[in-house]
Design a protein around this ligand. Structure first.
Ligand SMILES: O=C(O)c1ccccc1N[C@@H]1O[C@H](COP(=O)(O)O)[C@@H](O)[C@H]1O
Length: 218
């Protein structure tokens, strides 16, 4: 089985091109003011234009998005998928999917097997699932973000799990550990942000290429 990769938190034409040329299946853009990767919808629109319709899925990464943000994203960037990385209920995920007309990737914060079980309530409303490490509360810095912190969880919590939707493993992946992470979790999809950066929000083209090469070998 071929593992597919998402490079998340892109913000420059150079790194979009590097991820696309390297074979990323998904390109993620973050719309969350507190993130060092935050971009405006109009910026993301310009960034995705060169790759639109070329076989890569563009993803708008959001946290408890209101209707105004959903509408603005669909009027500008026109993502293929909207990722929701907050406390969205199944009802809200359904509303976002219906309002936007695109599929939703629902992210879950994981530290125990019960956290993984949360996904079962979203099987009829989300198109894909994403399992990320549970953020550590109240420590400031990137640890106060709901994602993009570089924190890991026990990958074996996903081992042998079957879902009716494709699922991503995320959280603390990098070019050196992604092979072991795929082997331990069996995840068909992987997602990375800070593990391919040289500083908060600063994507490194060489690390993006190294990550995508490691995924191909996984
Ligand atoms: O990347 C961010 O800044 C971010 C902000 C708000 C919600 C989600 C965010 N990122 C997501 O978190 C995963 C894991 O990040 P990391 O690899 O551990 O740094 C990332 O891929 C995004 O999907």
């Amino acid at each position: 089985m071929t593992t597919k990769a998402k490079i998340c938190g892109l913000s420059t034409p150079e790194t979009v091109k590097t991820a696309f040329d390297g074979g990323a299946a998904y390109l993620g853009f973050v719309f969350f003011a507190r993130s060092p990767r935050n971009v405006e919808p109009e910026t993301a629109q310009r960034l995705v234009e060169p790759v639109r319709g070329r076989g890569v899925a563009t993803v708008a990464v959001t946290v408890d998005p209101d209707d105004a943000l959903v509408d603005r994203l669909m009027a500008t960037m026109r993502p293929d998928l909207i990722q929701v990385h907050g406390k969205e209920t199944p009802t809200r995920v359904r509303e976002i999917a219906q309002r936007s007309g695109v599929g939703v990737i629902k992210a879950f914060s994981v530290s125990t097997a019960a956290d993984v079980d949360q996904a079962l309530a979203y099987e009829t409303v989300a198109e894909q699932f994403l399992f990320d490490a549970r953020p550590v509360e109240g420590q400031g810095g990137t640890s106060s973000l709901p994602g993009g912190t570089g924190a890991r969880f026990d990958w074996s919590l996903l081992e042998g799990r079957r879902f009716s939707r494709p699922h991503f493993l995320a959280g603390g992946l990098d070019p050196w550990n992604v092979g072991a992470a795929v082997a331990a979790s069996g995840a068909p999809l992987v997602d990375v942000s800070s593990g391919v950066e040289r500083g908060p929000g600063l994507k490194d083209p060489a690390l993006i290429t190294a990550f995508l090469d490691a995924v191909k070998r996984a």
